[in-house]
Design a protein around this ligand. Structure first.
Ligand code: MN
Length: 581
């Protein structure tokens, strides 16, 4: 009997609506999902943790606790980025151990653990910790295609996972690249070598996934991942109900009664309606270009929203073309978080700044330094020196170089007054720049961009500009336009939770010596002070955008006369950051 993992509460909405499903919308349906007879419900991990604290003002731990309390029969599954946990960098072993342990205590039964570059030194700590706790560990291969990836690559990885005592193997095809022929060879090869169940996880991005699933089952796969129909297809998984129906009376019958979906399908149809404004046409249509560009499901909708924030949506195609070049230069990493973020962010920077590697993110430097593990194929020397100059990449397991961090983070959290529990300290340790605001209760939940009318107050959707600037006699006036006889709530300036200090933002462009921000993002650190002399190319500040830290450099030499930004401010494209004369 074929088993089904339902992704509605994690991957499906991560892939289709940029991970914005609210916990309240999940809780009412969990018991029904629990009754279906799924192999597991994927409910946590991946980008959901980040999205909760960054956009939704929700505590991810509370989400897990509340969902789990309604699950009596079905195992709860999470996606864990091995040493990257639910973040974008490598955390020290003590943080990894504490995070896995806490997740297990909160109710995670199945840990699906992958490393973005398939460097299994990076999965060791999380796999060993989860096994020790008695959890089910799904050793997960990040699937990609490249001149250096062959079926043997994956079969050998599966063998290594099995030697680490993993309870099942997952072939994770985040970009929807896996073909029936490839999955047949890989699954058969794995089945020959290891005795544990094999799960195939794909996305419909290129339209191939349903065929691939059937071929995978014929080759001996045991579990496939699907999403409830209103949140299926496009960049998400194949539809659960269709899969159950298609497999009926075949040797791969799921044994699930189609009637058990009736209420669930209706519920998620309504939810889809509620979130309709977040569906992007790019994420719901079949995109065969993906076979070249390899963008994973979740990344595509994020890329669209990030380009929107940077006022650069018109460069979408250019970014898609830049990505395979950057990926090749980085040694063909599978495009999965955080490698996907790193590659995509650098591709965006290469395109919007008009010069390749003019701005280099901190993360891509770390990647080239070997801090994310060994790239699948070696990076060319000229690229290494372009990104990190004379530095030599490391060859050891990246986390071996990291000092334990929990006690330090705990002290920091205590001094910030946000160390209420070990969970909160972990949240802070993983997201030190955005967690304080969240843990202090200062994050405002992002509103769904829909036109709403309450009495005679309307709030306006993203599509209609309401604020205009008028320049007259060297003065700038802000004018708010609204329909006659109505007052208007100003709409959120951006989807970022921060948006602080918008009142003292300077946007005057003809101020002499003004250094403008080339991106929308949050100021993480300022590396210069007033009165300091800087040389062209010196680091002046670090701005977090595309979830990466991007170093901005002085565009010319001179003295720092004035600094307009503070740590934690959010800045927009063309805001004046400082004056250097
Ligand atoms: Mn996925």
């Amino acid at each position: 009997m074929v088993k089904i993992t339902e992704t509605a509460l994690r991957d499906a909405h991560q892939s289709l609506i940029a991970t914005r499903m609210r916990t309240e919308d999940m809780l009412d349906i969990v018991e029904k999902l629990d009754d279906v007879g799924y192999y597991s419900l994927e409910i946590w991990g991946g980008a959901t943790f980040d999205s909760c604290i960054r956009y939704l003002n929700e505590d991810p731990w509370h989400r897990l606790r509340d969902i789990k309390s309604r699950m009596k029969k079905t195992p709860a599954q999470m996606l864990l980025r091995a040493q990257n946990l639910v973040g974008y960098r490598h955390y020290p072993d003590d943080i990894v151990e504490k995070f896995v342990t806490k997740s297990f205590e909160y109710g995670i039964d199945i840990f699906r653990i992958f490393d973005a570059v398939n460097d299994l030194r990076n999965v060791k700590t999380s796999v060993v910790t989860a096994k020790k706790l008695g959890a089910h560990v799904q050793g997960t291969l990040s699937y990609t295609t490249s001149p250096v990836h062959t079926p043997e690559t994956y079969i050998n990885l599966a063998k290594e996972f099995a030697e680490m005592d993993c309870d099942s193997i997952c072939i994770k095809d985040m970009a929807g690249l896996l073909t029936p022929a490839a999955v047949t060879e890989i699954v058969k090869g794995i089945k020959k070598e290891v005795s544990v169940p094999v799960d195939v996880h794909s996305h419909c991005t290129s339209g191939i996934a349903p065929y691939t699933y059937f071929a995978a089952l014929e080759a001996g796969a045991d579990i496939i991942d699907t999403a409830i129909s209103p949140f299926s297809f496009g960049t998400s998984q194949p539809s659960t109900e269709s899969t159950v129906a298609a497999l009926k009376n075949t040797p791969y019958d799921t044994g699930i009664d189609l009637d058990s979906f009736r209420e669930i399908t209706k519920y998620f149809k309504d939810l889809r309606e509620k979130y309709s404004s977040l569906y992007n046409p790019i994420s719901v249509t079949v995109n065969t270009d993906i076979l070249n560009y390899q963008v994973p499901g979740g990344m595509l909708s994020n890329l669209v929203s990030q380009l929107k924030e940077q006022n650069a949506l018109d460069r979408f195609e250019d970014v898609l073309k830049e990505m395979p070049k950057v990926r090749e230069e980085m040694g063909y990493p599978p495009l999965v978080t955080p490698a996907s973020q790193i590659i995509v962010a650098q591709s965006v920077l290469n395109v919007i700044t008009g010069e390749r590697y003019k701005i280099i993110s901190k993360e891509i430097k770390d990647y080239v330094r070997g801090h994310y593990g060994k790239p699948p194929s070696p990076i060319k020397a000229e690229i290494i020196s372009k990104i990190i100059n004379d530095e030599k990449p490391i060859t050891v397991r990246p986390a071996d170089l990291l000092e334990p961090e929990f006690e330090l983070r705990k002290k920091e959290a205590e001094s910030l007054g946000i160390a209420n529990s070990e969970e909160d300290i972990l949240t802070y340790a993983i997201y030190p720049s955005i967690a304080p605001k969240f843990l202090k209760g200062e994050v405002k939940a992002e509103e769904l961009p829909t036109v709403r009318r309450t009495g005679n107050i309307i709030s306006v959707s993203d599509s209609a500009p309401t604020n205009f600037e008028v320049h007259a006699n060297n003065e700038t006036y802000t004018v708010v336009i609204h329909p006659k006889g109505m007052s208007v709530e100003p709409r959120n300036q951006s989807s970022q939770s921060s948006g602080s200090n918008s009142s003292n933002k300077v946007t005057a462009k003809d101020m002499p010596g003004a250094v403008l921000s080339s991106m929308q993002g949050m100021v993480i650190s300022i590396n210069v002070s007033v009165g300091q002399t800087v040389n062209k190319g010196d680091q002046i500040c670090l701005i977090e955008a595309f979830k990466m830290g991007n170093t901005l450099t002085a565009p010319w030499s001179g003295e720092v006369k004035q600094i307009m930004i503070n740590k934690g401010d959010s800045v927009s494209v063309d805001d004046v950051l400082m004056v250097i004369e």
